[in-house]
Design a protein around this ligand. Structure first.
Ligand SMILES: Nc1ncnc2c1ncn2[C@@H]1O[C@H](COP(=O)(O)OP(=O)(O)O)[C@@H](O)[C@H]1O
Ligand SMILES: [Mg+2]
Length: 370
């Protein structure tokens, strides 16, 4: 799969640009704050319908404009698709695929998978559980669209349950209503738990190998699903009954706080290196390597699940890696279309053999470089 061309109108700091892209390697060189991340963001938006930097579509529209447009022609297997996204300051976004408007704009499944590598990824190891849930949710949704649907449903039920808890405990019918919400929460929540467990299980196996390779067998990496619902076997009934039990046990406490204290919205993924929790014990360097491992594992899993490698977006990370890691990363590029941004061409020598298409970015203007 690959992106063939891209048209941006009033997207962030771009006025009107059109790019024909290389189906292997594209490199964008530009100083800080010129639009490098914005460009990768635009590619991400055409694939997924949303940004990896913000949940507010409005931020993507140029400060001085009312609407923005992102159009891209993508190749997925034998098929070509024209993906068009219109963002409006006041109206919901509109998405068209081959000129046909999608009914549910929230659920763009272009068939184009992307994996972003960014300096912010460090929060995957260092950050709060929320960051890791976000990683799990976006990664799983890419290979399993029904997951996104379940997640949205779960979040809606959760809000309703919390509102009910907040409404006050004096109401007589509260208990009956809570029973109903609890049942619904458990049904969808269990789907989420099972999907996450399976994903982390797969990810952990792939990551172990990649991490061995990156650390010359010095570090053993293990990923574990840390769920607030306890279960021994990945058995739907067992998880459901444990979940319902946990909701019942915590109901009084939940009423006092007006929130739901257990469930997948409180879960986490633990990352261990040589059996130590990497969030607290790993050095900055080790954490960087872990992030690289996890991202590359995600790439492999998308390949395993869909039969094609995703498009790679490397935002300001490639030239920061040591030469050994750069070489390893390059071995992934053979199978994929890759976009790399960098502030200078230093440390990009190894890429020149691949005959990349080079661009320069300056203040929202993109030019082909020699
Ligand atoms: N909605 C927007 N409208 C216009 N300019 C924007 C918008 N959002 C961000 N920018 C500008 O884009 C620039 C940052 O672009 P970015 O791609 O993050 O830079 P970098 O090249 O460092 O990755 C900043 O100058 C910022 O003011
Ligand atoms: Mg940037």
């Amino acid at each position: 799969m690959n992106v063939k061309n891209l048209r941006l109108i009033n997207f962030r700091n771009y006025n009107n640009v059109y790019l024909e892209l290389d189906d292997k390697l594209n490199i964008f060189i530009g100083k800080n704050a010129q639009g490098k991340t914005n460009l990768l963001e635009a590619i991400y938006v055409s694939a997924t319908g949303k940004s990896f930097r913000t949940n507010r579509d409005r931020e993507l529209i140029n400060f001085n404009k009312k609407e923005a447009y992102i159009g891209s022609k993508v190749q997925i297997g034998e098929r070509e698709k024209l993906i068009e996204i219109k963002l409006d300051r006041i109206a919901p976004k509109r998405i068209k695929i081959n000129k046909l408007e999608l009914k549910k704009q929230k659920e763009l499944n272009s068939g184009l998978n992307v994996v972003v590598f960014s300096p912010d990824d460090l929060s995957l190891v260092k950050g709060s559980p929320k960051e890791r849930r976000l990683f799990l949710d976006t990664s799983i949704s890419q290979v399993k669209p029904v997951y996104r649907y379940n997640l949205n449903r779960y979040n809606k039920i959760l809000i309703q349950r919390n509102n009910l808890l907040k409404a006050g405990k004096s109401k007589k019918d509260l208990v009956n209503l809570l029973d109903i919400f609890d049942m619904q929460l458990v049904k969808t929540g269990t789907d989420i738990i099972i999907s996450r467990f399976n994903f982390i299980d797969k990810l952990s196996k792939v990551a172990l190998n990649i991490h061995n390779r990156l650390t010359l067998n010095k570090e053993k990496l293990l990923l574990n699903y840390d769920s607030s619902i306890s279960f021994k076997n990945l058995n739907r009934q067992e998880i459901e009954s444990s979940f319902i039990k946990s909701l019942k046990e915590n109901r009084y406490k939940d009423m006092l706080t007006g929130s739901t204290s257990t469930g997948p919205h409180r879960d986490d993924m633990k990352i261990y290196i040589n059996n130590m929790d990497s969030r607290t014990f790993a050095s900055q360097g080790q954490q960087r390597t872990i992030v690289l491992t996890i991202k590359l594992s995600e790439v492999e899993i998308i390949y395993k699940d869909t039969g094609s490698y995703p498009v790679l977006l490397l935002d300001d990370v490639f030239s920061e890696l040591d030469s050994d890691r750069r070489k390893y990363l390059i071995s992934f590029f053979k199978n994929t279309q890759t976009f790399i941004t960098s502030t200078d061409i230093e440390n990009l020598d190894e890429l020149m053999d691949s005959n990349p298409l080079m661009f320069t970015i300056e203040n929202g203007n993109i030019k082909y470089k020699e």
